[in-house]
Design a protein around this ligand. Structure first.
Ligand code: FAD
Length: 388
């Protein structure tokens, strides 16, 4: 599609990543159209086409565990709901702790997760090989494991959502940047592109790592900060690894795809902001190679096939921003998902859609609403389990 079909939409969603597409899907399923989704890139050009595909329910906050558990159920149904196989494999998530303090953190996560009825396990180092063979365990003080966590392929999820939106009568306009948000008496009244504009009373900011930039285009300063993260894929190996493995101390994470590749990343420092592009760096490649081959010695001579990066959209309390901005009626946030937007998208975007439709949600505004950052000294709840 190269131009909007209508002069006016009930909702314009900015960003055709997993959050924007799922939001549009839930709106259309709720009969709340017409909906236009606009993206300046191609499908999957943002973080939704650049991530590790990890889907986990081990979190520190009960609310996040609930969103993640609901999202796991949605990904299990994805094939029958959308007709696309996302290859969701529930091989578990194995968190490794490298100090007594990290064991304490896993213990408190485990308590929250168990209370929600999920069968997570705390492991002593000598129990780890039962869940992931071939790890060098010196330095490992403990671990946690939840079998129903897993990994998926992000691309078919994006394709399935795109097709579903179109079949429900929604429009997706690619290669078109939203340059500004028009307002009239404190309310959203439209958006403009380089070659035109459309009227609308609701704009959803699902611009991922560019959400801060886009909020600024509506005249709104926000606390979100983009951060660049790198990831790689190796040549394939015979399958040997079921879970996603995550080390708390340095953010190393990796899993094995169904093709046998190891896909994973590691947190290395980058200057803040979105200026640096989305390529890889020699520092990442050497740090990742060292970390991975020390923890999994059998990977020592494995070749790297591809490496790339993408942007997280971070918030100070580690929780997403969901709901209408109190400073501008009709400007709805669906951003701040850090490194975890794919695993929360089905459930979180449903809440975004409900908030657009005026139905109210079960989310605590003190944890998720945009207003929590306005005027308050610091938000009350902090989700710190931010890796992998
Ligand atoms: C290396 C890496 C690994 C990750 N691993 C995981 C993981 O294992 N599991 C997990 O759940 N999450 C992971 N994530 C995070 C996850 O990918 C994101 O949280 C999620 O994809 C965010 O989706 P989104 O739709 O909000 O943003 P995006 O997918 O980034 O989409 C935003 C879109 O907005 C568009 N846009 C921006 N500004 C404008 C504008 N002005 N006009 C029009 N369009 C605009 C962009 O082109 C972009 O396509 C990872 C991220 C990275 C970078």
């Amino acid at each position: 599609m190269i131009a909007p079909a209508r002069p006016e939409y009930r909702v314009v969603v900015v960003g055709a990543g997993v959050i924007g597409l799922y939001t549009a899907y839930h709106l259309l399923k709720g009969g709340f159209g017409p909906v236009l989704v606009v993206d300046r890139g191609f499908l999957s050009s943002g973080a939704s086409g650049r991530n590790g595909g990890g889907v986990r329910q081990q979190w520190e906050t009960q609310a996040t565990v609930r969103l993640a558990r609901e999202s796991v159920a949605a990904y299990r149904r994805f094939g029958s709901d959308f007709g696309y196989n996302v290859w969701f494999r529930q091989g578990g998530y194995l968190f490794l702790a490298s100090s007594a303090a990290e064991v304490g953190q896993l213990r408190s996560v485990h308590a929250v997760v168990q209370k929600e009825g999920l069968a997570s396990r705390l492991l002593a180092p000598n129990e780890v090989p039962r869940y992931a063979a071939g790890l060098a365990l010196d330095g490992v003080h403990g671990a946690s494991f939840l079998r129903s966590d897993g990994t998926l392929y992000p691309f078919p999820a994006i394709w399935g959502l795109y097709e579903a939106i179109r079949s429900l009568g929604g429009e997706v306009l690619l290669g078109t940047e939203v340059l500004s948000v028009a307002r009239d008496a404190g309310r959203v009244s439209g958006v403009s592109f380089v070659n035109g504009s459309v009227k609308t009373s609701v704009v959803v900011n699902a611009a991922g790592g560019w959400s801060k930039e886009f909020s600024a285009r509506a005249g709104l300063a926000v606390v979100n900060q983009p951060s660049r993260h790198e990831i790689l894929a190796t040549e394939p190996l015979k399958p040997f690894l079921d879970p996603m493995v995550v080390r708390l101390s340095d953010g190393l994470y990796f899993s094995q795809t169904m093709r046998g590749e190891i896909v994973g990343g590691l947190t290395v420092p980058h200057p803040p902001g979105i200026g640096a592009g989305m390529a890889t760096s020699p520092h990442f490649l050497t740090s990742m190679a060292r970390a991975l081959s020390t923890l999994v010695p059998r990977l020592r001579s494995l070749g790297v096939l591809r490496a790339w990066s993408g942007f997280y959209d971070d918030t100070p309390d580690g929780l997403p921003v969901i709901g209408e901005d109190p400073r501008l009626t009709g400007f709805v946030h669906a951003n701040g998902f850090g490194g975890h937007g794919f695993m929360l998208a089905p459930a979180a975007a449903q809440r975004v859609a409900k908030s657009v439709m005026g139905e109210g949600t079960d989310l605590d505004p003190a944890m998720f609403a945009p207003g929590r950052f306005l005027g308050a000294p610091s938000p009350a709840t902090v989700e710190r389990l931010q890796l992998g």
